[in-house]
Design a protein around this ligand. Sequence first.
Ligand SMILES: Nc1ncnc2c1ncn2[C@@H]1O[C@H](COP(=O)(O)OP(=O)(O)O)[C@@H](O)[C@H]1O
Ligand SMILES: [Mg+2]
Length: 156
Amino acid sequence: MAVIDSFCAKDTYELGEKIGQMAKPGMVISLTGDLGVGKTVFTQGLAKGLGIEEPVNSPTFTIVQVYEEGRLPLYHFDVYRLDDISELENIGFYEYTEDCVSIVEWADKFSDELPDETLWIYLTRIDDTSRSITLSSDYLTKDDLVDIGGPYVVGN
Ligand SMILES: Nc1ncnc2c1ncn2[C@@H]1O[C@H](COP(=O)(O)OP(=O)(O)O)[C@@H](O)[C@H]1O
Ligand SMILES: [Mg+2]
């Protein structure tokens, strides 16, 4: 586990960008945190890190948005409006998460459905511009996570 301080939207964006640069096929990123905490900002940075130039927004109504122009295909899910686990199959969730890079906003709703190769990211609002971001993973080591967090890692 690594805990990161983000002091502005740019910090969160750059963390996403860094993870986008190192992302491998099959990696799934789970984003958990309240509305407005920065899940989409993080995703925009991730897309940039993968070489995606087109604008990225929350696919709240479409559930999934696909970006093909980067180094790897990116599947951006927002499962806020999904209530039934069986709907995940309908949107191709399991196929996509197997060999593309996937990022899932509100993934904690379906945490049992995510693979071992998941990087769990929890965002908490501290004040208007500060966020605490916790990275946790079963397949990345603590050193990997601290590397990802770089200078923003707290208390290490
Ligand atoms: N440290 C920060 N990290 C991320 N976003 C921040 C931060 N400080 C302020 N913000 C603002 O908070 C909002 C986050 O919105 P968004 O990413 O759409 O949230 P979510 O997708 O979690 O609902 C943006 O307007 C962003 O500019
Ligand atoms: Mg969002």
